[in-house]
Write a protein that binds this ligand. Structure first.
Ligand code: TYD
Length: 203
């Protein structure tokens, strides 16, 4: 699997993931690491087409199982094309969202079988798991106002509350891998917390 480090960032919509991913990448570059910044859904050209299908508010007819499989298909392509090759070259991969998002948004959020989602994603990724997951946490009520309103973001507050508690449960079940970081405060304050969560993880 190579000697790289696979870091994922997770959290509900509007929590500031992209900003924090950028700040984390900048920090790692300053420390001299070779870093790849990527994201799901849409981290490959094929994935961009899948992302459009998933987020277009016009696609009301999308079945929940189709939704699961499209996120997994995007991920399969992304792992094969971007993540594994970078890790094999010893790089640090910073990825916005990964399997935890499918478990939280489709599993807990839509009340679908988490076991089934985990199994589908094992197939999609050939079992690739992150070395570290940073889960940015905030109240949906305070951060949802920041988001644009794509097909997933348009779901109601109760849905986003379930997704938030799902991320917290995933963190509680995987304490070695997942660190919960409060997303409250300034971007700089949050970035300092993110950097502290790397302690002991970098070679
Ligand atoms: P994201 O790109 O993080 O949102 P944006 O760039 O619009 O801020 O993710 C798009 C949406 O897809 C987001 O609402 C979360 C959702 N999502 C899932 O429901 N399941 C998944 O497996 C992933 C990766 C994302």
């Amino acid at each position: 699997m190579g000697d790289g480090l696979f870091i994922t960032l997770e959290g509900i919509d509007g929590v500031g993931k992209t900003t924090q991913a950028r700040l984390l990448v900048e920090y790692l570059l300053q420390q001299g690491y070779d870093v790849v910044h990527t994201f799901e859904p849409g981290g490959t050209s094929l994935g961009q087409a899948i992302r459009k299908l998933l987020l277009d508010p016009e696609n009301h007819q999308l079945e929940p199982v189709t939704e699961i499989l499209l996120y997994a298909a995007d991920r399969a392509q992304h792992v094969a094309e971007v993540i594994r090759p970078a890790l094999a070259e010893g790089k640090v991969v910073v990825c916005e969202r990964y399997i935890d998002s499918s478990v939280a948004y489709q599993g807990y959020g839509l009340d679908l079988s988490v076991d089934m989602i985990v199994a589908v994603n094992k197939l999609a990724t050939a079992g690739l798991e992150p070395d570290l997951t940073i889960c940015l946490d905030a109240e949906p009520q305070t951060v949802l106002a920041r988001v644009g309103g794509d097909r997933i973001e348009q779901r109601d507050l109760a849905y986003h509350e379930r997704v938030r508690s799902a991320f917290l449960s995933i963190a509680a079940q995987n304490p070695q891998r997942v660190v919960v970081v409060s997303a409250e405060g300034t971007e700089w304050e949050v970035s300092q917390r993110v950097q502290r969560s790397l302690a002991g993880r970098l070679a």
